[in-house]
Design a protein around this ligand. Structure first.
Ligand code: ATP
Ligand code: MG
Length: 321
């Protein structure tokens, strides 16, 4: 089984990224082969400041390594270090129906808001399909928001195969039920683009403040509350063990508590949960050469695989004699 996933350097990683995606990366890195990349070509559609994009790309590598990604077991690389993927994007684009992309939510939402979209945002799912297909990936661990894009990838691969022969491996999305859509501080999907994130490696005092400021409903203290309707409870559940979770749910149902108590508990469990990774990150931060070495190594391995797949595709569609 070959596992692949990417994450955009469009800001610092948040709890949604960790529980929805990164945790799966770590768990799956013992599969036959695991490829994880920092999606800077995708990121360029959002971040137009070159120094900031470079900084976020470096931070992303540091964060992933600190969180347990092991370059001995997985290939970690930067997307733009594998130009084969950009060429594959074009080959796929030649057969991509406009309607398929018009239905994709990132573009649709922007259009519905009356904003103008760039071609990069419109064709984003094709680049993502190339990212996946370039490594013959079987499994793509992601959050629920990416399932539609993986469906597009499967469609494009199937139709290419139908036309040119059996060229592509058809991938499958893998979504964790417990963290498919982690809510942000406003109850909407936590997203780097929405200003509703709690970052994994945010400075502790700032993080605590942010948690204490999460808006909650204004029902009286004594009212019983439904834990499943509350995003604070959902966030707490990410960190809590089953006993802690059940205890907290019982507190909600009984009523007679303040949300402030839940927030304090949430801050405590979160701090503890990431303490080790935080320490590892501090050590890694002092060794930028190690990090760039990991990425260079990863890029070489990724290019080897992507070149092999691209050659197969070029042959199939008449780009090679
Ligand atoms: P952006 O706002 O720039 O799109 P993002 O926060 O959505 O950033 P991505 O880089 O697009 O992050 O996504 C990286 C991975 O994290 C994807 O697999 C995505 O499904 C997952 N993910 C992002 N947000 C959440 C969330 N709130 N809950 C679960 N998974 C998430
Ligand atoms: Mg996203």
């Amino acid at each position: 089984m070959r596992v692949l996933s990417g994450i955009q350097p469009t800001g610092r990683f948040h709890w949604g990224n960790y529980f929805g995606a990164i945790q799966q990366y770590i768990d799956l890195q013992d599969e036959d082969e695991a490829y994880y990349f920092i999606a800077n070509l995708h990121g360029l559609t959002t971040i137009r400041d070159p120094d900031l994009l470079r900084q976020y790309t470096h931070d992303a590598a540091l964060d992933l390594l600190a969180l347990g990604l092991d370059p001995g077991r997985a290939t970690l690389f930067v997307q733009s270090d594998v130009p084969q993927v950009s060429e594959l994007t074009w080959l796929l684009m030649t057969g991509t129906p406009m309607g398929l992309l018009e239905r994709c939510h990132a573009f649709k939402e922007k259009k519905e808001k009356g904003l103008t979209a760039e071609a990069g945002l419109f064709t984003y799912p094709v680049l993502m399909a190339a990212d996946i297909l370039a490594y013959d990936s079987n499994i793509v661990p992601v959050g629920a928001d990416q399932v539609q894009h993986i469906e597009v990838c499967r469609d494009l691969a199937r139709s290419f195969n139908h036309h040119f022969g059996d060229v592509f491996v058809i991938p499958e999305a893998q979504v964790l039920k417990s963290a498919a859509k982690v809510p942000g501080t406003d109850g909407e999907k936590m997203s780097k683009g929405y200003d509703n994130t709690i970052e994994v490696f945010e400075e502790i005092a700032a993080q605590r403040k942010k948690i204490m400021r999460i808006p909650t409903d204004s029902r009286p203290l004594e009212d019983p509350k439904d834990p499943d309707q509350d995003h604070l409870f959902q966030l707490y559940s990410l960190f809590a063990d089953p006993d802690q979770r059940e205890q907290m749910a019982a507190t909600y149902r009984a009523g007679g508590f303040g949300y402030g108590e839940v927030k304090k508990k949430l801050a405590e469990v979160a701090e503890l949960f990431f303490a080790e990774a935080r320490a590892r990150r501090a050590t890694l931060e002092k060794d930028p050469d190690y990090v760039s070495g990991v990425l260079k190594d990863g890029a070489e391995r990724a290019r080897t695989k992507a070149s092999e797949v691209l050659a197969r595709v070029q042959q199939a569609c008449g780009m090679r004699q």
